[in-house]
Structure formats: C-alpha cells, structure tokens
Design a protein around this ligand. Structure first.
Ligand code: SF4
Length: 185
C-alpha cells in the first residue's frame, strides 16, 4: 500500500508530530491546553485536528520550509507521497522543487490598503481604550501563528483573507483572526 500523507495519518501520529514540531505543540495547546485529546477540534466544527495538522504540513511544503519537510520524512518515512494540486509528489520532487505549486491569488493592493486602514487603527484604539498595552505576550503570538499555519487561508506567511503578514499581525494584542465566520483566535 502506498504511503500517502492524509489527515488520518496525521491524527494517528499526533503525539510524535507534536513532540517533533513545536508549532504543532503550540497549536494543540492553544486549542486544548496541556491535556489535549487527539479527537475532533472543538473550535472549528468541520475540521479535525488531523486535518489541521495535514494543512500545516502542506503549507510548510509549499513554503519550502526545509527543516519541517525533513522532520515530516523522519516521522512518516522517505517513501511518503504527498498530493498537492492534484499531483502525487515524492520526496525528491518536493526537495528539488521540480514542481511549482499553484498559488492562490492574493487580493489586490487596494484591498490590502483598505483592510490595513480599517483594522490597524481599530486594534490600536482598543489597546488605548483598555490601557492594557499594544503587544500580545510571546506565548500568545506563537500560538496564534501556529494556528494560522494550520489554516487553509495561510499562504507563504500571509493570510489570504486580510492579506496581512501574520508574523507581524499576531503581535498586536487586540488583533483577531480574519475569518469572520469562524474566528480561530
Ligand atoms: S488570520 Fe485566521 S483565516 Fe487568516 S490565516 Fe490566520 S487563522 Fe487563517
């Protein structure tokens, strides 16, 4: 049987993955606390934890995060095959970037400017009004970013919904996930 990466495989190997990959540990802690279960995600109803971890790995492959890709092969074996954009890729395909991955189209620059002008002053004003500082603590920043990395809207460091670079957005204390219907943080 072919060794193909899927959400069930991620779920079945959750404890090994979370030991090896800090972002996954942060993601699980953010959703479940120290005592997380390996069952369904209780925040986003239709996504299991396995599916989120699967998205995380696909996002890291597409972003060419070599250390994560290496860890993925050490966990699942060098014969692991990954389906991306309908194609079945092996380790060599992924590491040598023989294939180019389809990118989803980012919203326009004008959309980005509008979103920035609409959200950033609001977030800063919330901090001023509450008087509780502008920046989230380091643990919260890490947890937010780890959640984004498991999200299908995450592409090479940016969110497709708000177009923000997430490593910066997560630092703002009163910033929120851009998904209005299913806020993940
Ligand atoms: S802000 Fe929300 S929708 Fe955007 S990438 Fe992060 S988790 Fe996903």
């Amino acid at each position: 049987m072919k060794n193909i990466l899927n959400s069930k495989k991620c779920l079945d190997n959750l404890s090994v993955i979370s030991n090896e990959i800090d972002d996954i540990k942060n993601f699980l802690e953010a959703f479940y606390g120290e005592d997380y279960s390996d069952d369904k995600c209780d925040t986003c109803n239709d996504n299991s934890v396995g599916l989120s971890v699967y998205h995380y790995l696909i996002n890291q492959i597409k972003s060419n995060e070599l250390d994560i890709i290496e860890k993925m092969y050490s966990i699942f074996g060098d014969d692991l095959l990954v389906i991306i954009d309908g194609g079945l890729l092996n380790k060599e395909d992924i590491l040598t970037r023989k294939v180019s991955f389809k990118k989803k189209k980012m919203p326009s620059l004008w959309f980005s400017i509008k979103t920035f002008l609409k959200s950033v002053p609001k977030v800063l004003f919330s901090s001023l009004r509450k008087g509780d500082g502008f920046f989230a603590d380091k643990k919260t920043q890490k947890q937010r970013l780890s959640i984004c990395k498991t999200c299908i809207q995450y592409q090479e460091g940016r969110c497709l919904l708000c177009t923000c670079y997430m490593k910066h957005k997560v630092k703002l204390k009163h910033a929120q996930c851009a998904d209005e219907e299913n806020k993940k943080w």
